[in-house]
Design a protein. Structure first.
Length: 279
């Protein structure tokens, strides 16, 4: 393994976040490599000091040759959270069952991006399962209104950086630091990590927001958890976000014991997943 700071490998699909993280990596002396669509060049295969940022489908091909371990929250993390943190009914069901549902419902894949998360008037508008995927589980929840949504990059339960990313369902970015909601976001995330931090990888992205459900007062709740190595920075500090990304997708030999249950082990990814880069 190289004695230097290592390198950051990027998927061929570039994004604004990839550019920001690249600049942050170079500032700390890291090499940045945009991998070709063919996979990992031979010169990077023996180094074992690589980190990764990009989509899951490409990661399934290159993580092994790079020697990179990918951390991700469990698919059932959100629906297993105490109601005090979700504020709404959430459960996972087979896609075939969801497609037979009646009434408006919010539906999304548990952690991947195989189809866009959205409110559906009923199950008939949901897409059929991708070919060869069987009857995958999807997450369904009651329809609520998010007044504001924030993304926090967590490293060992600490907020390294964060950003507002939406207001009333529309993209509206602003740094978390110095915002009127910063204290409330930090207080809610602190309660979450104190009670449920052991259920998340040490490096992860969590989205939280101020939610209004029918007949209930607005309150803070978890939106979802995401892989840091596949998450948009928005208006967060890219240098601090990079700390989380590097831990979430770094050399396999450096994975901490507490993170081993969160290692991504899926061998293949549906082709549609990266069409919605990033979470």
């Amino acid at each position: 393994m190289s004695s230097g700071p290592g390198f950051l490998a990027l998927a061929p699909h570039r994004s604004g976040t990839a550019s920001l993280l690249s600049e942050a990596a170079r500032r700390r002396g890291m090499e940045v490599a945009v991998l070709p669509v063919e996979g990992v060049p031979e010169r990077y295969r023996a180094r074992r000091d690589g980190h990764y940022y990009g989509g899951p489908r490409f990661a399934a091909r290159v993580a092994g040759p790079l020697g990179t371990a990918l951390l991700e929250p469990h698919d059932g993390w959100l629906d297993a959270l105490p109601a005090a943190f979700t504020g709404r009914s959430i459960r996972r069901v087979p896609l075939s069952e969801a497609r037979r549902g009646t009434g408006p419902v919010f539906v999304k894949p548990p952690t991947d991006k195989s189809f866009p998360a959205a409110v559906h008037p009923d199950g008939s508008t949901l897409p059929p399962p991708p070919p060869g995927s069987g009857d995958p589980l999807v997450q369904i929840s009651e329809v609520v209104e998010w007044e504001e949504e924030f993304r926090v990059f967590l490293l060992d339960g600490e907020i390294r950086t964060g950003s507002r990313y939406a207001r009333y369902g529309r993209l509206d970015t602003a740094p978390l630091a110095g915002s009127p909601r910063e204290a409330a976001v930090r207080a809610f995330v602190h309660r979450l990590t104190e009670e449920c931090g052991h259920t998340l990888p040490g490096a992860v992205v969590v989205d939280v927001g101020r939610m209004r459900a029918p007949g209930r007062a607005a309150d803070w709740a978890v939106v979802e958890a995401n892989m840091a190595w596949f998450s948009t920075v928005y208006a967060a500090d890219p240098d601090r976000a990079l700390d989380v990304v590097l831990r979430s997708a770094g050399p396999r030999g450096l994975v901490r014991e507490r993170d081993r249950p969160f290692l991504r082990t899926r061998p293949t990814e549906p082709a549609a997943r990266e069409a919605y880069h990033s979470a």
